[in-house]
Every structure is written in C-alpha cells, then in structure tokens.
Write a protein that binds this ligand. Structure first.
Ligand SMILES: Cc1cc2nc3c(=O)[nH]c(=O)nc-3n(C[C@H](O)[C@H](O)[C@H](O)COP(=O)(O)OP(=O)(O)OC[C@H]3O[C@@H](n4cnc5c(N)ncnc54)[C@H](O)[C@@H]3O)c2cc1C
Length: 318
C-alpha cells in the first residue's frame, strides 16, 4: 500500500494529525504563515493559547503566574534546526539571559538543534556548555529536549559529554521509540533529571509505536516504574490522565515536595491534572514556551487532540 492509500484508510482524526505533523516539519510554511498578512494574525491567535508570547518578558510574566499557582516552572525559547552558525550563537544569548533573569524555581529547556546541532556538534557543545555554566551559576536545572529520531544519537552523545562535567543537565526520552529501553539504562548512570514523554514526531513504525498503539502506554508506564525504582530524578511529562493516575497509584502515599519525581504539563493544555497532583503533595511543573518560532510547536499541539482543532477555529475567530 502506498503512503497516500494508507492515509485514506486511516480514521479522519488520525489523518488530520498526520497531515498537521507533516505541516509542522515544512520549513517553508514555517517562514511564510507567520508573516502572511491574512494567515499570520489568525495563526497567532491560535498560538496564543499555547505560547506565552514572543519575548522573554512575556514568558517571565507567565512563569510568575505558574509559581503563584504553586507549581515549579520551566521555560523554553522555541526554535530548532538552526542552519546559521551566527544565529545559533545569538539564539544562545537568549537562553543565557533567561538563566540570569528567571526565578530559580524555573528550569530552562532547549532543543540542541536550536543552538547548532544541525550545523556542527562542536558548535552545539560550545553553546550548550555556556548555558550549562549559566544555569549552574543560578542554581536551576537545564533540560535537553528530544528531537526527531535522526538526531537522537547526536543529542545523547552531547548530553553524555555535558554530564561528565555538570550534574544539573537533564534529558528528555520518548517512550514511543523502541530504542528508549536501551537508552534509559545508560541514562540512569548519568546524574541529570530524565523527562519521560510519549514523543511528538512522525516516526516510521519500524522504530516507534504509533500514538494509537496501546503498547505505547505500557512502555511509558514501564519506563516510569524503572525511573521510580531507581530513585532517579525524573519528570513524568504527559497530559494523559490514565498514565498520571497509574503513576500516582504506583507511588501510593509517598508524595512529598522533596521527591525526586515531578509531574509536568505544557502551558495551555489545562491545569487540572497538574493541580490535582499538587493537591496530593507531588512536585509539579508547568512548561512555558515563548519566541517567534512557534509554528512546529503549535502544529504538534493541535495534532495531538482533535478537540484542539475545534478550539483553534474558535480561537482564530475570536
Ligand atoms: C513538559 C513536556 C515536555 C515535552 N517535551 C518534548 C520533547 O522534548 N520532545 C517531544 O518529542 N515531545 C515532547 N513533549 C510532547 C510529548 O511527546 C507528547 O507529544 C505530548 O505531551 C502529548 O502526549 P501526552 O502524553 O501528553 O498524552 P496524549 O496522548 O496527548 O493524551 C492526552 C489526552 O488527550 C486526549 N486525546 C489524545 N488523543 C485523542 C484522540 N485521538 N481523540 C480524543 N482525545 C484524544 C485524551 O483525553 C488523552 O487522555 C513534551 C510534553 C511535555 C508535557
């Protein structure tokens, strides 16, 4: 069966999600839509639900709100696949500024390809080291995001180098990638927090579970238990209530503010799950994103739940 035929036999919500994930990776659309005089403002209205704003000061305001609600915060300056070495350096400056100005309870996340990995691993290492030094100096965690599977080896290798020098540099792993079973064993030997996500990228079925496959939830839970049994610093980054509930049950009555685990959700996706876990005494964190490169991020959020497409139409029209 060709790709087109297989798309036609897939249910409509899953087809919409596949199309959105393809659009998310279209670098030309990423440039043209936000600057288009008609589509740009509409797309910005849709993005407003998921993105704090374009500037660091808008993100800082949102971070204050998150802290006031009793959660920890994380901030990410959005961007990926930077192809210009000079730009990779200047984008790094924004992370350095965030490390200087954000409250200490706010960790900093980044895609390594935003700061040079798609150009030269040595450039990415130099820029990541600057951010690691700045975040260590201000006593906060630095978290490396997971990218497409074609970059996983390079991301993990760079994290290994940073881990030899820094204890506060965490990493994100994707439950949907089959390789994660082996990667996790090695990452448990490194000090930084391990953030467990399902994985947002369109990946071939030969290397990843599909989003609909029940085996994905089983894999997520088995990795979560492995992290908890090891007592490793970790983050359960999911909005899937079934998974959150199962992990909470596994933890039973052990919740405490100094626990090595935390539950983490993305801004704009409903604070209910996070509030429920905080009320039980679990550490919780909300992930705030900002910047002008919101196209990939917003497409991925819309692709994840068909209901959000309807919400997007309402947001665009309001
Ligand atoms: C803090 C954080 C950091 C992240 N960092 C990364 C990263 O670095 N790299 C990366 O690849 N990804 C990252 N992600 C995204 C992640 O990989 C997932 O793509 C995203 O979180 C969606 O999966 P989920 O586990 O939240 O649950 P989902 O699968 O989205 O499920 C959540 C809920 O959505 C509803 N839902 C889902 N599908 C449907 C449907 N078809 N119909 C109706 N309802 C539906 C259900 O109510 C379900 O309970 C991150 C996520 C978080 C929270």
């Amino acid at each position: 069966m060709t790709n087109d035929q297989s798309l036609m036999t897939t249910p409509l919500p899953a087809r919409a999600a596949q199309v959105l994930r393809k659009l998310a990776l279209d670098e030309q659309l990423k440039q043209t839509i936000p600057t288009d005089p008609v589509l740009g403002p509409l797309a910005r209205k849709v993005a407003g639900r998921f993105v704090a704003g374009e500037s660091l000061s808008e993100a800082a305001q949102r971070v204050e709100d998150v802290l006031a609600r009793g959660h920890r915060a994380n901030v990410e300056y959005m961007g990926e696949s930077c192809r210009d070495p000079h730009l990779a350096d200047t984008e790094t400056e924004v992370f350095l500024e965030a490390a200087k100005t954000m409250p200490a309870e706010c960790s900093i996340s980044l895609d390594l390809s935003h700061i040079g990995l798609a150009i030269d691993p040595e450039l990415a290492l130099a820029n990541a080291t600057r951010i690691a030094e700045a975040t260590a100096g201000s006593g906060r965690e630095m978290m490396i995001s997971a990218e497409g599977s074609d970059r996983t080896d390079a991301v993990l290798a760079l994290h290994r180098t940073l881990s030899a020098r820094f204890e506060h540099v965490g990493i994100t792993i994707q439950a949907r990638l089959h390789r994660t079973a082996g990667d996790l064993k090695k990452l448990l030997q490194r000090p930084g927090r391990i953030r467990l996500v399902k994985g947002a990228f369109l990946e071939p079925e030969s290397i990843a579970y599909t989003r609909e496959d029940p085996a994905l939830a089983d894999a997520y839970l088995s990795y979560a238990k492995e992290l908890l049994d090891a007592g490793h610093r970790c983050s359960f980054a999911t909005h899937d209530w079934n998974l959150i509930r199962h992990i909470d049950q596994y933890l039973d009555a052990q919740a405490s503010d100094s626990a090595p685990w935390e539950f983490e959700t993305l801004m704009g996706l409903g604070p209910d799950h996070l509030d429920a876990m905080a009320a039980k005494g679990h550490p919780t964190r909300e992930y705030v994103v900002f910047g002008t490169e919101w196209w990939l991020y917003v497409c991925n959020r819309l692709a994840e739940d068909p209901q959000r497409l309807f919400q997007a139409v309402v947001d665009a029209a309001s």
